[in-house]
Design a protein around this ligand. Structure first.
Ligand SMILES: [Zn+2]
Length: 236
């Protein structure tokens, strides 16, 4: 049995400019190849990711890097432009993200696991969940009209697979070169590979894709868990 994303509209909600590459870009690429519309919402602007040799206007540099990566994938890009380390599950960002859902109109949302390591990832997870309810609620007013139904929601794998028990895997064999090319767009972060406090992202990404692939009996995979909550659960 193989998932087919066909006429779905898949939106990823991540905290940082390079998170989609690490956790779900292969799945987005597969969905796109199946004919789905895809988009990435990045809530933070990446201004906390300074390499050893500081970059002036880092947020603007990272915006250009995000644009380039999203173009490679053929994904729409929404940016929250919130400073790194300050993301919180509060009312203004809930409404901002609800409006993103209402503009893109996803049928499936991919979001950070509530158990991921970074405080911004956990905040993004809570926000993605809140917006998955608010987007179809007429009581929550934003510029665009409410969706007729809430999207399904899948939690993404965690950084380095720590503490994440996969519910299922998406075969991304054949899409790792695209993930690599997208990650290479984030040159400001590639420049951090020698920093002792920073894990080289390319190694992390490839090891994880191949380890999850090995668990599922394919060359490369991304792992997810479906969120089973009122109006977000689906029958397959
Ligand atoms: Zn991140």
């Amino acid at each position: 049995m193989r998932l087919h994303f066909g006429s779905e509209r898949v939106l990823t909600v991540v905290a940082h400019p390079d998170d989609a590459e690490l956790f779900c870009a292969g799945t987005l690429a597969r969905a796109k190849a199946d004919g789905a519309a895809i988009a990435i919402a990045v809530l933070c602007n990446g201004d906390g990711g300074q390499p050893h040799k500081p970059i002036r206007n880092l947020a603007a540099v990272r915006r250009r890097e995000m644009d380039a990566a999203a173009r490679l994938l053929g994904a729409e890009l929404y940016c929250g432009n919130i400073s790194d380390g300050t993301l919180a599950d509060d009312r203004p960002v809930r409404l901002l993200l609800t409006e993103v859902y209402r503009q893109f109109r996803p049928t499936l949302v991919l979001a950070h696991s509530p158990t991921d390591y970074h405080v911004d990832h956990r905040a993004a997870s809570a926000l993605a969940e809140a917006a998955s309810w608010f987007c179809s609620s007429r009581g929550q007013k934003t510029k665009s009209s409410p969706l007729p139904a809430s999207p399904a929601l899948w939690w993404m794998d965690t950084m380095n697979m720590i503490g994440f028990d996969p519910g299922f895997y998406v075969d991304i064999s054949g899409f790792t070169p695209l993930k690599e090319k997208m990650l290479a767009c984030h040159r400001s972060q590639m420049a951090r590979s020698g920093d002792s406090s920073f894990s080289p992202l390319l190694d992390l990404m490839l090891l994880q894709a191949h380890a999850r692939g090995m668990q599922a009996g394919v060359a490369a995979a991304e792992a997810f868990r479906a969120y089973h909550a009122f109006k977000r659960a689906r029958a397959w």
